[in-house]
Design a protein around this ligand. Structure first.
Ligand code: DHE
Length: 514
């Protein structure tokens, strides 16, 4: 068993004592670990790694502020199954318990093939169907993730009617990924669960826990393989998309042996590979899923392993970068990857064919490349990205890699989207006092053409278009939130679908690029 250094253990003890002194004015004592065992372990697991309830570890809880966790313990979390404990636990004990839950685990259990295989569960009521059980246009189906209640609505993009609403694993993150025919959707949660759902039958098929704390998921272009980027443990898990069975695992260690978390994984269809952004080492990994690596000469580890084996192998190649890069965007050819630097100041362009950095990006203020948008304008290919730490949208020329325009916005943005039939880039202002604003940037003039304020004072974020681009869907990210549907030409509000904290929206046709 790994033990934390003495200083860290003393630090945690002081944190707990400090919290109790702060809260009660004197060192009142309670044993949060005992409270955990008595009240929480049954649903959240004796090891805090989750059971019927989610994992209660800092990596999962990080996005919830201090008082919120204590409140949740006391008041429960309707409509989820989390009950209220106010009649069993004092406010002081709830605060101590919250501090305990935010303390890192002493030991991370192994999470490899055996554990992953054993975690698979299947829906016994699932029956495959020959054709969709709904009459809607399959390309215009849109999924909407309601973040706090962990539900996904399946929306008909023509009538804006909700066909069904299904339960997702706790804390879905990143875009759900689709099989090439748009029939199956794979949803990943920060708890490491991957859910397979049949959109034709409107039924869950099953789920598997690919990691203990995960970041996102990618699907191979042929729909055969799923790759899951994990923080805990620092691995890439590869699953068969057919039955969610374990296929392979890559332990992530940098060249010098430093272990690393995987920030994200992406598919590069022409290269038949997954590209990994790493959190802790200045490297990019490329893991090949095709019949044989297309760039054999550069696949060092593959050569080391000898000739291809009978069983499926996923050889990998590493590219050394000048600094940490942990947020990626690909040019339309997938020859180049743009990476945002870990220190938040700029980034780099890496040529994936030669495995070299070919340009530096001038993007101060933490670009959010994962939300970037590409379009062609007057013979140029342009890429626009919002910034998490600057009131700017930057526009880059995809040939010279120079920033050609920095557009001033009313605050830092998170999500940005466009459509080939839309003259605008739609970008939210996710942070700061103007978080209720959406900017529409003219793709030709690169100026803000319109600013919408859907619900004054309410946070708005994330935009998606219907398949034909005629309508734009904007999320009001509040408890009593909504998805607001705009006519993308007139900018008139067409309808408002009430939802609880809706955020990510994914149109099947748009996401498949069809
Ligand atoms: Fe995300 C996508 C990383 C915080 C909601 N986010 C992604 C992707 C990455 C990423 C790499 C692309 C994955 C994909 O689609 O396959 N996100 C990060 C972070 O590093 C960051 C800043 C910090 C973290 O701790 O993870 C972060 N993200 C958030 C949030 O706090 C958000 C707003 C709420 C939440 O649910 O966690 C959030 N991220 C989203 C959404 C997408 C996403 C809705 C999919 C966007 C899309 O349109 O495809």
């Amino acid at each position: 068993m790994t033990r934390r250094p003495l200083t860290l253990r003393i630090g945690i003890a002081l944190q707990l004592i400090g919290a109790s002194i702060l809260m009660f004015g004197s060192a009142a004592w309670a044993d949060p670990a005992a409270h955990y065992r008595e009240k929480c372990a049954q649903c959240h697991g004796a090891d805090r790694l989750g059971d019927t309830g989610p994992a209660l570890i800092p990596q999962t809880l990080r996005r919830m502020g201090g008082p919120k966790i204590a409140n949740m313990i006391l008041q429960g979390r309707p409509p989820t199954e989390m009950p209220a404990f106010a009649d069993q636990i004092s406010a002081e004990d709830a605060n101590l318990l919250a501090v305990f839950l935010k303390t890192p685990l002493e030991r991370i259990p192994p999470w490899g093939e055996d554990q992953i295989q054993a975690s698979r569960t299947f829906n016994e009521d699932y029956v495959a169907v020959e054709a969709p059980v709904w009459p809607s246009d399959p390309k215009n189906i849109t999924l909407v993730v309601e973040t706090d209640v962990h539900y996904i609505s399946v929306l008909d993009g023509d009538s804006f009617e909700v066909l069904t609403r299904f339960e997702a694993p706790f804390a879905v993150h990143g875009a759900p990924k689709l099989s090439p025919d748009g029939r199956y959707v794979y949803v990943m949660s920060r708890d490491g669960w991957v859910q397979k759902y049949d959109l034709w039958a409107l039924r869950e098929i099953g789920r598997v826990r690919a990691g203990l704390n995960s970041r996102n998921i990618a699907i191979s272009h042929d729909g055969k393989w799923l790759a899951v980027a994990n923080y805990l443990p620092g691995t890439l898990t590869i699953l068969s998309s057919e039955d969610l069975s374990f296929a392979a695992i890559h332990q992530i260690n940098g060249k010098d042996g430093t272990p690393s978390r995987v920030s994200a994984v992406y598919t590069t269809p022409p290269r038949e590979s997954f590209i990994l952004a790493l959190k802790d080492v200045p490297e990019i990994w490329e893991v090949f899923y095709g019949a044989k690596p297309p760039f054999y000469g550069f696949v060092h580890d593959y050569r080391d392993e000898g000739p291809p084996r009978e069983t499926k192998s996923f050889p990998m190649r590493r590219i050394t970068t000048r600094g940490l890069l942990d947020d990626f965007y690909f040019d339309p050819t997938y020859e180049y990857v743009l990476g945002a630097s870990g220190n938040g100041d700029g980034g780099a362009v890496i040529d994936l064919v030669i495995g070299q950095t070919v340009a530096d990006l001038e993007l101060p203020g933490r670009p959010r490349l994962g939300s970037a948008v590409t379009w062609k304008q007057d013979g140029r290919t342009l890429i626009a990205t919002p910034h998490l730490k600057d009131n700017t949208v930057s526009v880059i020329d995809a040939k010279s890699w120079k920033t050609v325009k920095r557009i001033k916005t009313q605050g830092p943005g998170f999500f940005m989207r466009s459509h080939q039939n839309s003259p605008h880039l739609w970008g939210d202002v996710f942070f700061g006092p103007n978080k209720d604003v959406v900017h529409l940037i003219d793709k030709k003039s690169l100026e803000i053409a319109h600013t919408l304020r859907p619900v004054p004072g309410a946070a708005v974020g994330h935009i998606e278009f219907t398949h034909d681009g005629s309508h734009a869907l904007v999320s009001v990210w509040e408890d009593d939130g909504a998805v607001i549907v705009y006519d993308a030409k007139t900018l008139e509000e067409v309808t408002r679908l009430p939802m609880r904290k809706p955020l990510g929206k994914y149109n099947i046709g748009n996401r498949l690029g069809q």
